[in-house]
Every structure is written in C-alpha cells, then in structure tokens.
Design a protein around this ligand. Structure first.
Ligand code: C5P
Length: 396
C-alpha cells in the first residue's frame, strides 16, 4: 500500500477528532492522507493538528490564491486514489447528492473522477430523516460507497444508528476500497432468494414474509469480490445488486428448474424461503364461496426440496453447496441434522428467537462437517461480507 493516497474531507461534527486517529492509522498502513477541512470541521479540529499528523499542508479555502497556485482544487480532487469523507455530515451528503458546490470540499466532490467513500455521522433522527436517506440512495446510485453508521448512545444522549464507525473499521473499509479483493473472479455462483408464491387460483396464492434482503446482500458481496452471480429470486420489492444476472421466478418448481438450468456453478447458495407445500391443484377460474356452513378444505402437495436436489445432483453438483436455517431453539442440533438430511456442505443458521426478523442486524453460525463458527452481531450487509469471505476462502 506504500504508494497509495487518499483525499480525506473532514466535515463538521463531534466525531471529527476520530479522523485524526484515522490519518495516523492509515499512515501506519502506508497510505498518505491529503486533507480538506470544511469551515464547520475547523470548530472541532485545527488545520495545524491535521498537518502535524498527515505531514502535508491542510486545505481549507476554495478561493485561496496560495492554495490554488500550489495545487488547484481540480488537481486536488484527482491526484488521489480514493476520496474519503469522514465524518460525513448531512450537509455535505445533501450537497454532493444534488450537485451543489459552494466551498472547497463540495467542489472537490463534484470535480473528482475517483471513487468516493462516505462515513456518515449524525444524530439518529437526522440519519433517519427521509431527506437524508434519499440523499444516501442518490449517492449510492451515483456509485459512491456510503457506510452504514454504527448504533449506540450518541454524543447528544439519544440512542440509535448515527455514530461514526470505529477507526479500525474505517481503516479496513478504506484499505478494501483501495485494493478491492477480486478473489472470486472467474467463479460462477448461483443464489436463490426471496419467497416463492404458490397459486391457488388466478387471483390467490400462498407465500411467506421473506423480504429477500439477506440473499440479495450476499449476491452483492459475492459480486463485489468478482464472482459471476446468478440470482434466482422469488417476488420481492427490492432492487437487484448491480452486475448480477437476475432470474425471476414465482413457484418452487420454477425455482428448481431455474437453479438446474443455471448449472454448472462453483457454488450454490440456497437462501430462498421456499414454500414447503403448494395447493395440490390450481383452479383455472376464481374459486367461489359456497355459502354453506361446511369448513373449506384444500389439499396440498409437497414442493421439491431445491437444496437437496442440487446437493445430490448426479452430474453437475457444485463444489460448495450451502443451505440456510432459521431456528428458534437448539441451533446446533437442527443445523447438524439438516446438513446430513440435505447433503449440503454448509448450513448457515441464525437464531430468529430475538429481533432478527425484519431488523437491521443479524448474527449467524456456519456449520460444516468440520465444526462451527459464529459471526459477531453485525448489520445484514456485513454478515453478507462475512459469508462471502468464507466462500472465497473455500473456493480458492
Ligand atoms: O428444511 P428447511 O426448510 O428448514 O431448510 C432450509 C433450507 O432449505 C434453506 O436453505 C432453503 O432455501 C432450502 N429449501 C429448499 N427447498 C425447499 C425447502 C427449503 O431449497 N423446498
């Protein structure tokens, strides 16, 4: 990393002091920081302390004759490998998302041709405000990396997401952005995600509450590592990650057919919440009320087990077949049983007895024939990275 450099834009916020430690930590990893301080940031850290740590002049003004003659703002924004905004205030993200440029920091963000990484830090209500969330979406759609803030007690006394992540994580994210890990390049990975929908008649179906989020996040993490990803998805309301091949299906039988058609693959990951049963017959016309007192009954047929079918594929079994298990108790016992029953290589189990369903965070345990490994409690996208790292290692 010794020839790498970042342009670090520090904006105003109580977390600004952490950026000083970040400069030092990156320096230890061989990454040079050239720094822009906004006016508000100077209320929290001084250009002098920044220069002392970075060993470089600190830039603050857009129309400064000295600065512009030494290094113009255009060059400043481009003679770097990565632009990092840390901490990123609601204000700077609002400006960047809307193309505003009225100071050195916002002008550099508009002029740069480099990847930009934002590490937001603000009050929880500000972070959750629809306007801020809209701006975050826009920045991500424009190709920027926007880290999820940490959750905890804030300087203002409120609790929730909005804290600047720890310096160790910031450093890790920056080093990753500087040298992306493409260890899955050339590997084809098939993932199923979301629910399936089993028709009763032309207007009714049975299904489940799966949002598809964890499966989509895993697809994104694998793609980021260079894999060719086929994402076979039941009906969900979220957008697929960039660069993955999306195959939309409705029923379990369609999902099985699409999974088999996507082979050969180096790995198959069954994240979908496949409906266990389907109505034994689908009516061509809308079923009518009979108006009687008799209970209405319906016959069900069992759906194919897709994970089991791919695990036992006669000619094209992928090298690594992974299933998921959501359990409320006896995680170990059920996961081990499922490994044997389905014939897969790993079961990734999560304990859904707490607040995992629909929540931001998750923690999982990876069971394989050789043992079990538990993840820390993290956001669902960090869990996806954690899983992707282990898949990359297993396929290397
Ligand atoms: O047996 P259980 O439904 O708990 O197993 C969960 C795992 O099996 C998940 O990986 C799920 O995607 C997969 N599965 C499947 N086909 C089914 C039922 C579950 O692929 N019909």
């Amino acid at each position: 990393m010794s020839d790498r450099s970042i342009l670090l834009i520090i904006t105003g916020g109580v977390a600004a002091f952490k950026s000083l430690e970040l400069i030092r930590e990156l320096g230890r990893a061989g990454v040079k920081s050239r720094v822009i301080l906004t006016k508000a940031a100077q209320e929290f850290v001084t250009p002098l302390s920044v220069s002392a740590l970075s060993g470089e002049k600190c830039f603050t003004e857009l129309f400064d004759l000295n600065d512009e003659s030494e290094m113009g703002h255009i060059e400043l924004s481009r003679s770097t490998d990565l632009v990092v905004v840390c901490p990123a205030s609601a204000d700077i993200m609002g400006k960047a998302a809307n193309g505003l440029a009225n100071d050195l920091a916002s002008t550099a963000l508009l002029a740069t041709d480099k990847q930009v990484l934002y590490a937001p830090a603000m009050n929880v209500r500000m972070w959750q405000h629809p306007a801020v969330q809209r701006n975050v979406e826009t920045l991500r759609a424009d190709g920027a990396i926007v880290l999820e803030p940490d959750e905890g007690v804030m300087a203002c006394g409120e609790f929730g997401p909005g804290r600047l992540p720890e310096v160790s994580r910031l450093k890790e994210e920056i080093l990753f952005a500087l040298a992306p890990d493409k260890s899955l390049a050339g590997k084809h990975i098939v993932i199923t995600a979301g629910p399936t929908r089993e028709p009763i008649d032309p207007v009714r179906y049975i299904s489940n509450h799966s949002s598809g989020r964890q499966g989509y996040a895993i697809a994104a993490s694998l793609r980021a590592k260079g894999a060719d990803v086929t994402l076979i998805s039941g009906p969900v309301s979220i957008a697929p990650p960039d660069g993955v091949e999306l195959v939309k299906v409705e029923t379990a039988r369609e999902m099985l057919a699409a999974s088999e058609a996507a082979l050969p693959a180096n790995a198959f990951i069954s994240v979908a919440a496949v409906a266990d049963w389907r109505p034994a017959s689908e009516s061509d016309t809308k079923l009518k009320l009979k108006g009687g007192e008799e209970p209405v009954t319906m016959a069900f047929a069992e759906n194919p087990d897709i994970l089991k079918a791919i695990s036992n594929h006669a000619s094209q079994r992928p090298d690594l077949v992974i299933g998921f298990a959501a359990e409320t108790h006896e995680l170990h016992k059920h996961a081990q049983g499922k490994l044997a029953r389905k014939g897969c290589d790993w079961i990734i189990a999560n304990d859904v007895s707490g607040d995992v369903m629909g929540g931001e965070n998750n923690e999982v345990t990876l069971f394989s024939k050789s043992g079990a490994e538990a993840s820390p409690r993290m956001t669902k996208s960090r869990i996806a990275d954690w899983i992707a790292e282990r898949i990359a290692k297993a396929l290397s």
